[in-house]
Design a protein. Structure first.
Length: 128
């Protein structure tokens, strides 16, 4: 009887750990970039649904929760241009862009779906 209870308790503990691991959000703050406002202050709201950018040379792929992010515009030096999403699959929207300098902040407009606060957020991408 005691052996059976130990086995059941161990199995329940393993199941709890698995459920907890799956419950961790896929979009935690990124380690290689962050959104900042015009004064350089990190945007806690925008950073809460980012994941690490995939950087290959000067090409960068960023992905966001598609229930929150609706679009991305990047300043190309002569104005903002809309970045066409690569994919929007399983709740994730991805954009690929070319970055000319990782030493300067990149002006962007992040389109968000946030109820009465929906619209474009004027931000900068700061490369870490």
């Amino acid at each position: 009887m005691m052996k059976s209870m130990k086995k059941s308790a161990l199995l329940m503990l393993a199941l709890f750990v698995l459920v907890f691991a799956l419950a961790v959000p896929a979009f935690a703050a990124a380690d290689n970039y962050q959104f900042v406002d015009g004064s350089g202050t990190p945007s806690s709201h925008a950073n809460s649904f980012t994941s690490d950018a995939v950087i290959t040379g000067s090409t960068v792929k960023v992905s966001y929760d598609s229930s929150l992010v609706t679009g991305l515009k990047v300043n190309n030096g002569s104005g903002f241009v809309t970045v066409t999403p690569d994919t929007s699959v399983s709740g994730v929207i991805s954009f690929t862009l070319t970055v000319s300098s990782f030493s300067t902040n990149l002006p962007v407009k992040l389109g968000v779906n946030a109820g009465p606060h929906s619209g474009d957020l004027d931000l900068f991408i700061e490369w870490l």
